[in-house]
Design a binder for this molecule. Structure first.
Ligand SMILES: Nc1ncnc2c1ncn2[C@@H]1O[C@H](COP(=O)(O)OP(=O)(O)OP(=O)(O)O)[C@@H](O)[C@H]1O
Length: 280
């Protein structure tokens, strides 16, 4: 069923860009490289370098140019006010948008396999799919759209479903899931994907604390397995606790460094001023 719908869509559209976009949204991965890189666990090397990168739409830029690097195996939070370009940056790194100017360089082995989770609002939940089918899409880069999954992969899918507490909903339609369950399903797919680069856009929005803690365990697990994680967040407590590095996007200037420094320098003073204004 999944294969039939997707095949029909992919082959009917003549526009390669939209096929790639659909594939990325549907599978949470990009179309580029399907092989696991053997140096994947080597840490400290640069995996992505941004050089004077200006992001935006229709050649109109958002914010200031970004320069810096993501190290292999690092965990970076992207923070900033609404509209500062966090989602746009993530989509540009995922290859869904072209930079307005500047460069994104993927070091040594080229663009790695990417596990990308857009904001929940961007995902079509009415697609006629079962939970198991969506999680099994995480196998696509390793197999192909047209081949079926093997027994070993099936066990892996079931284990991932158990880890997020959705094994009892494996054959439910995705449209019947709550927000938190939907997010758990997407995280199960991330586990199956084992992508070296994971991009998450506000993964903790509108979910309860028990789901948040399951998702945080998975994020930590992916990090321990060597994935590089880039996560858009609004919760500064989470940033401080789990993310050693932060990139702050701002219309005035960007800042990239240790989370402790960025929060101390840019966030805590602003919060203190706001609190004082509330008291006065
Ligand atoms: N498809 C689009 N076409 C044109 N402009 C867009 C498009 N999507 C977003 N924008 C604009 O780009 C700017 C940055 O949007 P983006 O979603 O990246 O911000 P954000 O920092 O992720 O915001 P939030 O915290 O609210 O999610 C906003 O001003 C937005 O209106």
């Amino acid at each position: 069923m999944v294969y039939f719908v997707c095949k029909k869509f992919l082959f009917r559209s003549s526009n390669v860009y939209y096929c790639r976009r659909f594939y990325t949204y549907a599978t949470g991965t990009n179309c580029y490289i399907a092989t696991m890189d053997s140096n994947f666990l080597v840490t400290n090397a640069t995996v992505i370098q941004l050089k004077q990168l200006l992001i935006g739409y229709n050649r109109k830029s958002i914010g200031k140019p970004v320069t810096g690097r993501f190290k292999r195996g690092s965990m970076t939070a992207i923070i900033g006010v609404n509209g500062s370009g966090k989602s746009t940056l993530l989509q540009t790194i995922a290859g869904l948008l072209f930079p307005v100017s500047g460069k994104i360089e993927f070091c040594q082995e080229g663009r790695p396999r990417i596990g990308y989770l857009p904001q929940q609002t961007e995902i079509d939940r009415q697609f006629p799919l079962k939970v198991f089918e969506v999680v099994s899409m995480g196998c696509w880069p390793a197999t192909s759209i047209l081949s079926s999954i093997n027994n070993e992969q099936k066990i892996f899918i079931w284990n991932s479903l158990k880890q997020v507490g959705l094994d009892n909903k494996a054959f439910d339609n995705i449209g019947s899931l709550s927000n938190g369950e939907f997010q758990r399903m997407l995280f199960a797919r991330l586990l199956v994907q084992q992508a070296p680069l994971v991009l998450l856009d506000e993964p903790f929005t509108s979910i309860d604390s028990s789901t948040s803690s399951i998702l945080l365990t998975i994020i930590t697990q992916l990090h321990q397995q060597g994935s590089t994680l880039i996560v858009v967040l609004h919760d500064y407590m989470l940033v401080a606790k789990y993310f050693p590095t932060t990139l702050l996007l701002s219309p005035i200037h960007n800042a990239w460094g240790s989370s402790a420094d960025i929060l101390k320098q840019f966030i805590i003073p602003t919060m203190a001023v706001r609190q004082q204004q509330r008291i006065l």
